[in-house]
Each structure stands twice: as C-alpha cells, then as structure tokens.
Design a protein around this ligand. Structure first.
Ligand code: BEZ
Length: 224
C-alpha cells in the first residue's frame, strides 16, 4: 500500500489496481491477488444502515448470478466496522423488503476499512462531498488487474446497476472482438470499428463487406 508517501495519486484508467489486504465479511482478502483471472468490480458505499446504500446492496445482490456468469467478482467497501457490516447484511436479509425483493442474501465480501487506508488508496473519499465517508465509487478491473473504467456517484444518488453491467459486457466485448461501442450501446447492438490508421486502410474499409460505413472513419458492424 503506498498511500502514505508523497507520490500517491488517485488511480486512473489504465493503471494496475492498487494492492491491499483487508478483513471482509467473507474473511481475509488479498486484492486483487485472490481473484486472478476474474473481472472485478470494487465499489464503495458511504455507510451501512443508510437508505440509498441498502437499496444498492439489494440491487447488486439480485444481480450476483448475472455477474457470476460474466466471470466478475463483486467487492464492496466502506469505512464501517466488521460488526456493523455483519449486522447490516443480517438486517437486510431479515427485515428489508424493497421493490418486491425480500430475504436477500448479500453474498459478496464487504471490506472493513475503519483506518480509511483502502478508501484513501483508491481515492474513494472526496472531502468536498464528505470527509468521513466514501462516495459511491465503482472500479472495473480486468483479469490482468488493470483498471479499465471508473464511475463516481455522489452520496445522494444511487447507482444504475444496469449501467454497471453494461460497462462489464462492453469491455469484455471490446476485448474479445477488438472493436468499440457507440453511444448508448447495448449488448446485441452493432459495434463500431476502431478508426483507420493508414490511408490504405481508410479506402479498403469503405469497400469491406459486412460493414456499414457512414464515413471512412465511422463504420459499424454486427457481431456474429
Ligand atoms: C444513503 O445511503 O442513503 C446515504 C448515505 C450517506 C449519506 C447520504 C445518504
């Protein structure tokens, strides 16, 4: 962990995910080392036993199977204690019914970060928003442990979990097919090709079968 030296800066897209060891509701975690070969979503929430966070945890838990199918591990984090995390997930299961969901198991680990070491390492505490709670940060980390996307939400706005799933599918699709995703792309929709990097490639592309070229630099195609 390197957050105590002067060279610390917020992790950025393209960086290797900072390593940490911490206690969680599922035991000790060595991150990202324990999840070699998986995609990972590391997300922070402001506090246990709060309304928006509770709805977010239910939303994430309901999508756990979908993330499992996407070879993606979920890891939550806040600056609360282990006993608070445990009491909260028990309370959610036993007492909360939200939008027809009840008896919800939170089956992903929640990191205990009372020291704020991990949240500081990942830049999850933004003092203009709160000095003592994390914002709603979401780090998307690929199987090589590289950070591929980051989304931040403020305290008052619950995350869009369909978007979080779309980001994982979009990144996996980009990697598998060497393509890019246009605005508002959804799985199954046409993708776009990277822009040509030579004049010959630009000419060849407009004549290539299976492509819809709006211009030499904007060509889309269906994935088979
Ligand atoms: C909430 O989850 O509702 C919440 C938590 C901290 C600050 C504001 C809202």
């Amino acid at each position: 962990m390197e957050n105590s030296n002067n060279n610390w800066r917020m992790p950025r897209i393209g960086d290797q995910a900072p390593e940490f060891r911490a206690m969680t509701t599922k035991g000790k975690l060595n991150f990202p080392g324990d999840y070699k070969g998986y995609w990972k979503i590391l997300f922070s929430h402001p506090a246990d036993f709060t309304p928006v966070c509770t709805t977010e945890f239910i939303a994430f838990a309901k999508m756990q199977e979908e993330f499992d199918k996407l070879n993606t591990k979920l890891v939550g984090l806040s600056v609360d204690s282990l006993s608070s995390h445990i009491a909260w997930v028990r309370n959610i299961k036993e007492k909360i019914e939200w939008e027809g969901n009840k008896n919800v198991d939170i089956d992903f680990p929640i990191v205990v970060d009372l020291s704020k070491n991990v949240s500081t390492l990942y830049g999850m505490i933004m003092p203009g928003e709160s000095n003592n709670a994390c914002v709603r940060a979401v780090f998307f980390i690929d199987p090589t442990d590289k950070i591929r996307a980051i989304i931040y939400y403020p305290l008052v706005l619950g995350r869009n979990f369909d978007e979080i799933k779309r980001v994982i599918i979009g990144l996996q699709t980009a990697d598998a097919h060497d393509v890019a995703m246009p605005a508002n792309w959804q799985p199954g929709k046409d993708v776009v090709l990277h822009y040509p990097i030579t004049t010959d490639e630009a000419v060849a592309r407009t004549a290539e079968e299976g492509l819809t070229c709006h211009e030499w630099y904007l060509c889309s195609k269906k994935l088979q």
